[in-house]
Ligand binder design. Structure first.
Ligand code: GLN
Length: 458
């Protein structure tokens, strides 16, 4: 059997040229199914769909950017005719009736969707342990979590099963698992990628984005999926002039971000950036450090309204009874504990009397966080931090303590609140476990992030 491990897009294209698409996929599926048993990154494979896509590719030109390239999709992105569970029991039998815009774009670019990946239920979590199905294992150490919520996508790419995957990031769900699995993961500028066909968690924060082992592959995937979509009114065309604006003079280090992290992680990252010879400036972000407080008010408020649609009537499984019982029993039985917790917090902060005290205050803080970043970007081109304050943790270590789990996101959530782009860059290893560096840019500065990653690779 061929060994498909750790191939990038270019290498797969070369193999396909040599042996043909069909024989590639005949062997590949057998291999990837076997390899995945070790990490359990896939919820299910989409072999029939893949066969059809391969068939269609025969009439298409070989120079498509993703011609014949296998890709894994987080299971909260709709692929027509396939199940879409969002990691939840309530959607166990739900079959998507249309393609998300990103999926349409992938198909047009020649990609072959091979499966849907595991995730925390409705993307709420940082370890993939809140999946209603099973946990996924870290590819570097199976006693550790792969991060979350896009843990399945990050684990399968980190394990070298395929070069690229899609995830979604509401508060860190692409970057943190990418950090835990030693790969690149991009949270694009809010609006750069269409959210049409993404199962909504918190709509003002959600973004779909690429995960890849190879930087060039990540850029290719980003270029395929981005762009304005009439079906998502918050989406915009990526400003072309921004693609060439890649000059980096000064990078900013927010001291708060380094003080709170595991000291081994902070030193590794500091050492790494010193070697770049870029000008380094220490900065202080006085509101950004309240990002986690702000996020855990705004996000649940949006969650509570977005998840109201799973009431047992339209998409989901249904328990029997009078109308009110249908709601109560269905939601009671098929939604997980963490999801319920957030719905309850969300309805509370939006309710009369508490709206002003919590939700409105959080909205004002959100604005202050955005301005904090804008002030920093007057002095520096990019902001650097650890992606996660800790190394990949043990399975089971944080599931009983939601607060501990929430703190996994202290460096990633401010970025979503401000709508900025940020990239996880694999920065090295401590005790055999990957460490991720987060680089944050101003709106539509994705290409500066890529440029910085290239400088680090050198
Ligand atoms: N881990 C964060 C949370 O639990 C972020 C989730 C996400 O980005 N989808 O909300």
């Amino acid at each position: 059997m061929l060994n498909f491990k750790n191939l990038n897009i270019k290498q797969i294209k070369d193999i396909i040229k040599e042996i043909g698409l069909e024989s590639f996929y005949n062997e590949y599926f057998e291999w990837i199914k076997k390899e995945d048993k070790r990490i359990r990154g896939f919820l299910f494979f989409t072999e029939n769909l893949a066969k059809n896509l391969v068939e269609e590719l025969k009439n298409k030109k070989g120079d498509l950017p993703l011609y014949g390239i296998p890709i894994a999709i987080k299971d909260n992105i709709l692929v027509k005719g396939e199940k879409c569970t969002a990691g939840s029991k309530i959607l166990e039998n739900y079959i998507a009736t249309y393609d998300a815009t990103v999926i349409k774009k992938l198909k047009a670019a020649g990609a072959v969707i091979v499966g849907k990946t595991n995730m925390d239920e409705f993307a709420m979590g940082s370890s993939t342990e809140y999946s209603a199905y099973f946990p996924t294992f870290n590819p570097f150490d199976s006693s550790k979590v792969p991060g979350g919520s896009s843990g399945g996508s990050a684990a399968v790419v980190g394990a070298g099963l395929l070069p690229i995957a899609l995830g979604s990031d509401t508060g860190g769900s692409i970057r943190q698992p990418a950090a835990f699995c030693g790969i690149y993961g991009l949270k694009p500028t809010y609006g750069a990628v269409s959210r049409y066909g993404l199962i909504a968690m918190a709509s003002s924060l959600d973004q779909i984005g690429p995960l890849a082992k190879d930087l060039e592959d990540l850029i290719t995937l980003f270029e395929v999926i981005r762009g304005k979509d009439p079906k998502d009114s918050t989406s915009v065309e990526f400003p072309q002039d921004k693609i060439k604006e890649t000059q980096i003079k000064t990078i900013g280090l927010p001291k708060e971000f380094f003080e709170d992290a595991d000291s081994k992680i902070s030193s590794l990252i500091l050492e790494k950036i010193k070697k770049t010879n870029l000008k380094i400036k220490e900065i202080s972000l006085k509101y950004v450090k309240y990002g986690i407080h702000c996020y855990y008010l705004i996000m649940p408020a949006e969650v509570s309204s977005n998840l109201a649609r799973y009431e047992g009537i339209r998409y989901s499984k249904r328990e029997k009874g009078k109308l009110w019982e249908v709601y109560e029993k269905t939601r009671g039985k098929y939604l997980g504990k963490e999801v319920k917790r957030r719905i309850i917090i969300g309805t509370f902060v939006l309710s009369h009397g508490y709206y002003e005290a919590y939700y409105l205050k959080a909205q004002k803080l959100r604005r202050a966080i955005f301005e904090d970043f804008q002030n920093a970007f007057k002095e520096v081109d990019l902001i650097i931090s650890p992606t996660s304050p800790s190394l990949p943790f043990n399975l089971g270590e944080k599931i009983e303590d939601p607060l501990k789990m929430y703190l996994s996101d202290i460096y990633t959530v401010p970025v979503n609140l401000a709508g900025l782009p940020a990239l996880n860059i694999p920065a090295g290893f401590i005790n055999g476990l990957p460490v991720g560096l987060q680089v944050i840019g101003n709106l539509f500065d994705e290409y500066k992030l890529f440029e910085f990653a290239k400088i680090l690779e050198k």
